[in-house]
Each structure stands twice: as C-alpha cells, then as structure tokens.
Design a binder for this molecule. Structure first.
Ligand code: SF4
Length: 441
C-alpha cells in the first residue's frame, strides 16, 4: 500500500536542511508520494525509515534492462503520463522481428542490416536496438540455429519469441551471458517460462488480452521470484492498443497498481501503429520488417519524444566552416538550437555554396523564441562575432542575420560599425537562392 505524503513526512528527518533541493521535508515528502523524486535525494534517511519507505520509493514502472556485449536497452522508470509534465526517460527499444523459417542467408543479411544501420539526426547517431527472433518453425534446433546466426551478425540484445518453453530454452543456450527477453508467458505456460527466466536472468514478457489476467499472471510470476517482467496487452488494432497501453500507464502511475507496473512490449503491424507505440507508451517496439525508410522516421520520432522538453538540444556556439569558405565568403548568423543549426548548415552545405556560420549562444532556443526571450539580440550577435574572431578570417566584413530578426539590423549596425549588415531569408530553405541572387555567391 502506497504511503501518503504525511506518512512519508513522519519517516523523514524533519530538519528542513534543503539538501534534497526542496525547502522543507514536507515538500520533499509530497513529491516522493507523487513519484516525482527519488528517496536517494535525501542523504539523511535512516535505514529503518528506508525499509518502510521502500514501497513508496520504488519506481511505479519497474526498470527493465536487456543487455548483450556492452549494449543495453532500458525501459520503464517513467513517472509521468504526459511528456510536458516532466520528461520521458528511457527511449523504447526498437527491435526487428526475424523468423527462424527464413533462409539462412536472409537471416544473416537482415541481422547485419539492422546491426549496421546508423543515421545522424541533429548531430546525434541513431541506431536500432536489437533483434527479436521468432520460432515460426516450432523446432528447438532450427530456432537455436537462427539465434546463433543472428548473434554472428549482431551483438545487440535479443528477444526470443515462442510459446513453447523447450524452444525458448534452446535459444537461451546460445545467449549465455546476455540479459535477453523471453516472449512470452501465458496462462498456459507461465510456470515453466518463469523458471527459464529465473535461471537465465532473462526478462519475461507476459501476454494476455485482458488486464485482469495480466495482473493475475504478474502476481503469480512474481511469487516465483521473477520480477523483471514486461507486459504484452495484445491490442489487435490501433484503438484497442492505445486504450490498453494508456490504462496500464495510468494504473501504474496514478493508482500505484504494482501488478501492472512494468514496461509494455508492442508488435505494431503498420508504421502508424509503430509511431503510436513509441508515443504511447511502449518500452519495447518490435517491427515486422526493416528498411531505412521505416527506421529513420521512427528513430527521429523517438528521439524527439524522449528528450527533456526543458532542455533543448544544443550545438556548441562557435564559428563553423561550410564547404571550406574563403575570406570573401559571407558570414551567416544563427542560434545554437540543434534543429536550427542543422537546418541552416544542411541547406548551405547541400547547395555547395561557401559560408562562415556563426552560432550564437542563445541557450538552445530557435531564432524567434530566442529573440522573444531576449537571448538573441544585437549585443549577443556582436559579442559572438567579436568573441570568435570572425574579422580575422574574412576579407569582406559582411554578416547575414536571419530574416525573422530583421528588426535587429539597425542595432547591429551600431554594435558592428565596420560591418555590412544584411538581412537574409526567414527560412533556411531559401538561403541558397538568397546567397546566389542577393550576395552574388
Ligand atoms: S534533505 Fe532530507 S532532511 Fe533535508 S530537507 Fe530534504 S528531506 Fe528534509
């Protein structure tokens, strides 16, 4: 039974020392009751109180980690329903399903494709997380061979899929040392599957179309000593999957319903369903086929949802060279919000034109937002131009500011009297045309 804020408060030191970041022990207790902080933030809780607070301190959604060869996929430990309330922490693992019935060469090629896929988005390398091998054959030996083949091409974590414990056991033998996921335990096989999960230290997915049965199964499996569980609520269309995932998340977070306090695994049948699973609220997403055209938007979507909304993705302020600029190349100015930087840099780079790009420290905000917040003004731009010694690199002192902040041109002329101030287009997309037509590049 979860403790209330007042009950938690009674177990805290009540010295109001503020070291936890809150002004009083009561404020900290209220946050702890709401699952918005961790007990470890208070260094003075006695061991006796810690034991009593364990239930309240435990995350409402258990953290599950799949591991192999130095790779890790973590899911769970989430504390909010909506990203804007705080943030989502552990990005759902993206897995690709491979059938053991595929020809040997296809299994190896597909596993190698998944392993080797990397794409760069706003300066961050994005990759797939692992492979789910499905025992379509039902044959333990064939399944074990498929797992072995996949492991030769991919070092990433695996999910082993079969409702037959003998088949799963054959696959697990090929993955010694890994923390894999077994998919899945049902009302028919849960006891044997739980034994396998316990012996091999694997996470165990539990499947049922009914939340009542799921909760019943997790309790029984937990009683056997297996606690690393994953829920498969078996929604058969977009609507039912969304409802089940949302109910699980709500019950875990709002009602502290421990029986459903585990990450969810999804098997979307379409790109839309995969996008929905990423947004709401899967911890592991297993797609049926792999192409770069499918992987890229899913990875980018995941990246955008699993970033802290209070901490914009930033690039280092400085002067960047685009296409090896010459001293008479123009100086473009923008902010250090990653998406803004990459929009500008990619447009100019792709056009083959030469430019110096000065990235001002605008606390990671985009041009208009930073301007409105007073973080991107003439003074800051001038400070960057001077601070990065831009004048030493160019023979023609010509700086182009974004069209959205055309209003700054007068002030900037005053700040940089020996520079020619030009107002560029509002959108990065129009930069190449502007540079050719207005700057004569
Ligand atoms: S660190 Fe602990 S003792 Fe100090 S104010 Fe926070 S909860 Fe109270």
């Amino acid at each position: 039974m979860a403790l209330s804020g007042i009950q938690i408060y009674k177990l805290l030191p009540q010295t109001n020392c503020k070291e936890c970041g809150f002004p009083t022990c009561l404020a900290f207790a209220m946050k702890l009751a709401a699952k918005q902080v961790e007990l470890s933030a208070c260094p003075y809780v006695s061991e006796a109180s810690k034991a009593q607070l364990a239930e309240s301190a435990a995350p409402p959604i258990r953290l599950i980690t799949l591991k192999s060869n130095g790779y890790e996929v973590k899911a769970g430990n989430e504390v909010v329903l909506y990203r804007h309330e705080k943030t989502f922490y552990n990005r759902p693992g993206l897995f690709v399903r491979i059938s053991d019935q595929l020809p040997v060469e296809e299994i190896s090629a597909l596993a190698a494709d998944v392993e080797g896929y990397t794409t760069n988005y706003v300066g961050i390398d994005l990759t797939m997380d692992g492979i789910a091998v499905q025992a379509v054959s039902g044959d333990p030996a064939k399944f074990a061979d498929a797992v072995k083949l996949v492991r030769k091409s991919s070092r990433r974590p695996m999910i082993l899929m079969s409702d037959n414990p003998s088949v799963i056991a054959a696959g697990l033998k090929e993955l010694s040392g890994d923390a894999a996921m077994i998919y899945s335990a049902t009302s028919a096989n849960w006891e044997v599957m739980a034994e396998l999960a316990g012996t091999h230290k694997a996470a165990l997915a539990v499947s049922s179309g009914s939340l009542e049965e799921l909760a019943d199964l997790t309790e029984k499996i937990k009683a056997k000593g297996v606690e690393d569980l994953v829920l498969d609520p078996v929604g058969d269309n977009l609507g039912s999957s969304l409802v089940l995932s949302t109910q699980i998340r709500r019950l875990a977070l709002k009602k502290n319903f421990r029986s459903l306090g585990y990450p969810v695994v999804s098997f979307p049948k379409s790109p839309e369903a995969a996008a929905q699973a990423i947004a709401k609220y899967s911890g592991f997403v297993v797609i049926d086929h792999f192409t770069a055209e499918l992987a890229y938007p899913l990875l980018v979507l995941r990246q955008n949802i699993y970033t802290d909304p209070q901490k914009p993705i930033q690039v280092q302020p400085g002067i960047y060279e685009i296409n090896s600029p010459k001293p008479d190349s123009p100086v473009l100015v923008t902010t250090n919000f990653s998406i803004t930087y990459f929009s500008v840099a990619n447009e100019v780079e792709g056009s083959g034109l030469l430019a110096w790009l000065v990235v001002c420290d605008a606390e990671g905000m985009s041009v208009l937002t930073a301007w409105a917040a007073g973080k991107f003004d003439a003074e800051r731009i001038a400070k960057s131009i001077k601070g990065f010694n831009v004048a030493e690199k160019v023979s023609r002192k010509r700086v182009v500011i974004p069209g959205h902040v055309a209003v700054l041109s007068g002030e900037l002329e005053a700040e940089l009297p020996d520079w020619e101030i030009r107002v560029g287009p509002r959108e990065a997309l129009d930069l190449p045309k502007y540079m050719k037509e207005a700057l004569g590049n």
